[in-house]
Design a protein around this ligand. Structure first.
Ligand code: ZN
Length: 939
């Protein structure tokens, strides 16, 4: 780094007038690269000073060169590419012609993360040129670019591997490149590795040769044409299971599926491998486009900044997202693994084969992978393998998380203005629940409007039209328009592009108010804002969406489904409505809320589980935002709660509401009233958690059972343990087994996790362990911490992680976060602090911890994907009082850089909305719950 800066300075001072002002230092000083030059092919050569016995704290240098073949679209004497934290030692150019230009100088623009290469003459447009850059660098300690991943061989011994994570803008940290998604090229790699280790790249190994007495050089062939953020390479001592080979259903070429990870974890890779084999063929069949590579590697990385990364042909995963043990890992965990595999494989088409043009439309990658991954990949895998996972219901629950953010004024449109997404920090912000979950939600809404056949045709058209290239949302809607018009000759004025533009260009979502009179239904749309005090300041309330509305009319006749597009502020549907009522948003397929003028007309017994859940969720969001009165909302909620057969989705929405109330009012008198009501509803005494009973349940019932246990322990663990005798016995037995055994507590085959012959079903183990821990926190903390850091089964490790965060003693919570920061798993620190912040006792401790260690946390995670944003929202948004609002505001007032700004704005807005809830609704809430305690029913 220093070398290149000094070199540049000498050249610069010799060639430029001294009076030149600073903003003219660089000829190209823009965030986006010039389009005059296109890269075609990269040959990357990397030599690591890595021999297989490195200490985790040692620096890991490497040297390398990259040869890039360039095409000049225009005549220019300036080549600008990306490079950061690399020490450039030599830059050379070559053309096929005799009059090859020379490099006049090169210099590094640190702010823009660019390398400017000035030529001594301008080659003509159409020139092909070879650019060679030599450099040295350090394998990073942060979880980005080319970085060190560490894992434990034992409690005291750790091992390093070298791996990559390039998305979004970190390929430039590994090697100089044109690091923009539309600058697609083919990449090949040569990389050194310790003699008995192995390496991996996007493509297959071509051959290996001896590099020196301790290292080999692995040589790989070219990738397909792709974006730089999809490049990946790994040097490790990992092993792999036997690969699976499936034949492409489109062009019959064999596709090898190889799963790898630490050698002591290989048996846990089989489930993911099976899921991948099934899902990849399903996608081929759906898109009618073959997976273009001969192999897909899937690797479990011990320290990973995200859930997984879709690098073409070499998908990297956080360990817990790929590994599962059928005897130990819970049903929820297995479903999570299948979902992540399905999501990453969907990216091989959406993202890799066709890529968004720029990061302002990252939802085109992520919304698609989420929608296709769940609704096609995971769903068909589960159906085919006989898993009874509630895929659609969980998909809907995920959408409610997007709505929680999208109801804020500080949310953002799916497609942001291209010019505004102009820094690494803002690009990272785009990887949020809006891009993933709202993106998926509007695709589901469109899918249900146009029908699945049209969706399939449109997606095939979109992928074929832009193969190995880039696209924008307008290209996608054009494909939908085409397919829709072919399928519906009578489509008339329906224009998919216009409809969908309103969903991608506007942030937030509408609330439809329904008014029923004798002869008509009047619907009116307006934007929804969660924060009452925030929306008073906002002029921009005239947003209009084109909403594909569905509704059913119930009453004296059989229910009937209607649909129409609401394009204007208001619409009137003329129907005879005497003694009849309506429910909008059938099957909860639309991304909007509905407010009814009379909830009492609605007969819950006539609605499906999904429609009751939708009705209740909407009413709750409207209540939070001040659109619906407490009495209206609570009376609906009580009717739902008192129903005898509450379905899975409705149960989940009820729990969501309970959690919100517990967490918003947790410092106030009303908390004890609310928690008593919830405790009564949970009916802890009658929860049967015996092994056989849990085993016989379907996965929905198990999920509900776990949720109830978890909430009961949160409210009052002592009472829960003593009221549910089974829980107490299992918890105490498990604790005894934990303390008496030096070997792992889990005996896999018997699923006997207590050490005393009592069996704990794997799906409820986390609740049992938590109960044991809460009954004796100080007594077993050290043992649990050791179990956590040495666990070989990631799902088990995740259980320990959650259990430790449930501590009631603030000193233990503080110790837990401190240990995690200094000696825990690097990719677990943010999740651990977030888990601590979630609990009633941990909220203030986590926030204090974040303030105290902000600089360390920011330097470790500030530039790493969306981690810092998650940390801010998880710890700073939980408060409901004005003092804390000011504290959070002033703490983040001088946040440097752009990373985290949107997260801070969203946190402040969430606090404001909770203050409204406490100040405006708290007294009524208290009166209601007190009244309820003294009477059987007030409604
Ligand atoms: Zn993704």
């Amino acid at each position: 780094m220093l070398v290149s800066v000094i070199f540049w300075f000498v050249v610069y001072t010799l060639t430029q007038p001294l009076s030149c002002s600073l903003q003219h230092e660089f000829e190209w000083n823009k965030y986006r690269l010039p389009t005059a030059i296109t890269p075609n092919e990269y040959s990357i050569h990397l030599i690591l000073d890595m021999f297989g016995n490195e200490d985790v704290n040692m620096e890991l240098p490497y040297s390398g060169s990259v040869n890039i073949s360039l095409y000049f679209n225009e005549s220019t004497d300036l080549i600008v590419l990306h490079s950061v934290s690399l020490n450039i030692t030599k830059v050379k150019v070559e053309t096929q012609t005799d009059s090859s230009p020379d490099v006049l100088n090169y210099r590094h623009n640190d702010k823009m993360e660019q390398l400017e290469v000035k030529l001594d003459r301008r080659p003509d447009a159409g020139t092909e040129m070879n650019l060679q850059v030599e450099f040295t660098g350090l394998v990073s300690d942060q979880l980005q670019g080319f970085y060190k991943g560490t894992y434990r061989l034992s409690e005291s011994k750790r091992r390093i591997i070298a791996t990559t994570h390039m998305e979004a803008v970190s390929a430039r940290k590994a090697f100089p490149c044109f690091d923009e998604p539309a600058m697609k090229a083919r990449f090949r790699l040569e990389i050194s590795r310790p003699q008995h280790w192995s390496s991996l790249f996007n493509t297959r190994l071509n051959h290996s040769r001896v590099y020196d007495e301790r290292r080999m050089l692995d040589v790989y062939g070219f990738t397909p044409k792709m974006s730089s953020y999809l490049v990946a390479f790994i040097v490790s001592d990992f092993g792999s299971t036997n690969s699976s080979i499936v034949n492409s259903g489109v062009d019959k070429h064999p596709i090898e599926i190889i799963v790898s990870g630490r050698k002591d974890q290989l048996s846990q890779l089989e489930f993911a491998k099976g899921a991948a084999a099934h899902i990849i063929l399903k996608y081929e069949q759906f898109f009618k486009i073959s997976y273009p590579l001969p192999k897909v590697d899937m690797v479990a990385i011990p320290a990973f900044p995200a859930g997984a990364m879709e690098n073409w042909g070499l998908i990297t995963y956080r360990e817990s997202a790929l590994l599962s043990d059928p005897h130990v890992s819970s049903t929820t965990h297995q479903k999570w693994v299948a979902s992540v595999v399905a999501h990453e494989l969907a990216h091989q088409w959406f993202g890799n084969y066709v890529t968004m043009k720029w990061w302002n439309e990252v939802w085109l990658n992520e919304g698609f992978a989420t929608f296709v991954g769940e609704m096609i990949g995971t769903k068909t895998f589960a159906e085919n393998q006989g898993y009874d996972w509630p895929v659609t219901e969980n998909f809907i629950l995920a959408i409610t998380q997007a709505m929680a953010v999208d109801g804020l004024l500080s949310s953002h449109p799916l497609s942001r203005s291209e010019s505004k997404v102009n820094s690494g920090g803002i690009i990272e912000e785009m990887f949020d629940s809006i891009s993933y979950k709202k993106g998926a939600a509007i695709l589901r809404m469109l899918d249900s409007f146009v029908t699945r056949n049209v969706t399939q045709t449109a997606l095939q058209d979109y992928l074929n039209s832009h193969s190995y290239g880039n696209a924008e949302a307008s290209d996608l809607w054009a494909s939908f328009d085409k397919a829709y018009k072919v399928a519906h000759q009578d489509a008339g004025e329906t224009d998919i592009s216009t409809m969908m533009n309103s969903w991608t260009d506007l942030s937030g979502y509408p609330v439809i108010s329904v008014d029923i009179a004798d002869q008509k239904i009047t619907v009116t749309q307006s934007p929804y804002f969660l924060c009452v005090s925030c929306r008073k300041d906002k002029k921009d309330v005239n947003r209009l969406w084109t909403i594909p509305v569905t509704f059913k009319v119930y009453g004296s006749h059989a229910s009937r489904l209607y649909s129409f597009n609401l394009k204007h502020k208001k619409a009137v549907v003329r129907l005879d409505m005497r003694r009849r009522w309506v429910k909008l948003n059938i099957d909860w397929s639309g991304y909007y809320l509905v407010k009814y003028n009379n909830y009492r007309l609605i007969q819950l017994s006539e609605l499906s589980d999904v429609d009751i859940a939708n009705l209740l969720f909407d009413a709750f969001e409207l209540f939070k935002g001040g659109y619906v009165e407490l009495k209206e909302f609570i009376s609906l909620m009580w009717r739902v709660k008192e129903k005898e057969d509450i379905g899975y989705l409705t149960n989940n929405i009820l729990m969501k509401i309970w959690w919100y109330l517990l967490r918003t009012f947790d410092q106030l008198h009303v908390y004890s009233e609310i928690s008593q009501q919830i405790y009564k509803w949970l009916n802890v005494k009658n929860l049967d958690i015996s092994y056989d009973s849990v085993q016989q349940m379907n996965s929905k019932d198990r999920h509900i059972l776990i949720g109830k246990l978890w909430m009961a322990l949160h409210i009052d663990y002592v009472r829960t343990a003593f009221e549910n005798n089974q829980l107490l016995i299992l918890a105490l037995s498990w604790r005894r087994g934990l303390l008496e055994k030096s070997t792992p507590v889990v005996s896999k085959n018997a699923e006997d996790m207590t050490g005393s012959g009592r069996r704990i079903h794997k799906d409820i183990s986390k609740a049992v362990w938590t109960c044991a821990f809460l009954l004796d926190e100080r007594g077993i903390w050290d043992t649990l911490w050791k179990k956590y850091i040495t666990a070989k089964i990631p799902s088990e490790q995740a259980n320990y992680k959650t259990v430790l965060a449930a501590a009631r003693h603030t000193q233990l919570l503080h110790k837990y976060m401190s240990y995690s920061l200094t000696s825990g798993k690097k990719d677990d620190t943010v999740p651990i602090i977030s888990l601590v912040a979630f609990s009633r006792n941990g909220r203030d401790v986590a926030w204090s911890f974040v303030k105290e260690h902000w600089n360390t946390l920011y330097s470790k995670y500030g530039a790493v994907g969306p981690m810092i944003n998650k940390l801010i929202v998880a710890t700073a948004s939980n408060f409901a009082d004005r003092t804390k609002l000011l504290e959070v505001k002033s703490f983040f007032a001088d946040l440097t850089g752009s990373a985290g700004k949107m997260a801070v704005a969203q946190s402040l807005e969430k606090i404001r909305s909770k203050i409204y809830m406490v100040e405006e609704r708290g007294a009524d809430m208290l009166r209601f719950f007190q009244h309820l305690r003294t009477r059987d029913s007030v409604l």
